[in-house]
Design a protein around this ligand. Sequence first.
Ligand SMILES: *Cc1c(COP(=O)(O)O)cnc(C)c1O
Length: 403
Amino acid sequence: MQVPPFSLGEQLGQLGDALDSAVLAVLHSGQYIGGSVVQGFEQAFAGACAVPHAIGCNSGTDALILALRALGIGPGDEVITASFSFFATAEAISAVGATPVFVDVNASSYLIDLDAIEALITPATRALLPVHLFGRPVDMERITAIAAAHGLLVIEDCAQAAGAHWAGRPVGSWGDAGCFSFFPTKNLGGAGDGGAVICHDPALAQRVRELAVHGMPRRYLHTSLGYNSRLDALQAAVLATKLPHLNGWLDRRRAIAARYQAALADLPGLHLADGGPDGHSWNQFVVRIAACPQGAAACAGSCCPAADSANHGLPESCCRDWFQQQLQASGVLTIIYYPIPIHRQPAYASLGYAPGSLPVTERLCAEVLSLPIFPELSQLQQDTVIAAVRQLAPRMAAASIAA
Ligand SMILES: *Cc1c(COP(=O)(O)O)cnc(C)c1O
């Protein structure tokens, strides 16, 4: 049995005629940009996030750029964020001319290390940009307290966490702005690219809206240099049809995660994150495969056949990589989010972060592996994943101990 890392087509069956008719209605309406379908989705999404305003845009990356720009963040400003994230988190900060300042992550939540933020605040710091990575909500009470104490803005990267909540309040509704992606593999995925900014402040919402359409508050009057970044009506139709199912899908993700937690907790050589808060939306289920204690250079096991000396100065990942290959051989396909931390990407060489500067982030990048998790993952597929991992884990531990 093959178990894919995600399976996007399967949701369509559940949506049936509702999706077909919503999409066809847009096609036949001739209203492809803007219009009532986009507005309807924006209102529904704002409601689901418990905020008054949601503005659709082209992608999660654009949502971050638009929010940063609309909040006045630009050249000379520093924004504190996590390096253990998708590249776009930092790329958006750089795109508006500001500088990302990277904090390490907590070794058990994999989220921004709340205790390490304040040491990085300088007179140039304008904002905190926490990432609800893998769908797990950051402690937004702590983030907002730190921001308030230092007069900083808060922009939430909610790309992986649609529907997640912290202390009963939806992610994205805590900060000055929340930024979402509707990339197909996210919790709420379109049939292509899409994103949204949510906020409480009507003036901010208006600035985001104008920036998304060429800085144009009314037709052919341009008051700022903006972007062309809109949510297509076809995508809005898909998303509006899916939105009422989001919470049910998140329940499925939570149930699968609980099952994995229970079935894999006792394995040597395999490390699981703690279960996290109730509001975790489990966009990913991440396990860690600890590297051989003696290191790749000394390992004679099958996991590290030839030590890779050109590992960009990062911790060795051969044990994790071997584990992934073995899983693949038994039909379980996995993805590594993310093999290289943002601060060690060639594109950010100019920021000068040396190897070892964010040790937890760097170790996680060498050890993490995301097991298949999506709402439609069948009982049989879950069994296959659990059996494959359970069968491999003792071999891992044996390889570690033998050397
Ligand atoms: C997916 C993602 C983004 C970017 O979203 P796109 O819609 O692909 O542009 C930003 N941040 C994180 C954490 C993401 O996972």
